[in-house]
Design a protein around this ligand. Structure first.
Ligand SMILES: [Zn+2]
Length: 74
């Protein structure tokens, strides 16, 4: 599990090939496909502990490649 800085201000959390983006400055991270209706989300505490609140997705894992530490969607 790694945390990478995505484009500009968006932090991404990758779990099992799915990416999550932080919900504002809360400890809740929503699936990057939440806007498509995916309800998956996790909680990440300041100490780095991740709770898998809901890891059920309504879509397959996206494919990404990494360049210069930034994830790009294929
Ligand atoms: Zn999802």
């Amino acid at each position: 599990m790694t945390t990478k800085r995505g484009n500009r201000k968006t932090n991404l959390l990758m779990i099992n090939g799915f990416t999550y983006s932080q919900d504002h400055n809360t400890c809740t991270w929503k699936c990057s496909s939440a806007y498509k209706g995916c309800r998956s989300k996790v909680r990440k505490l300041p100490d780095g502990t991740v709770y898998e609140v809901n890891i059920e997705h309504n879509h397959p894992a996206p494919e990404y490649y990494v360049k210069d530490g930034i994830y790009f969607k294929v």
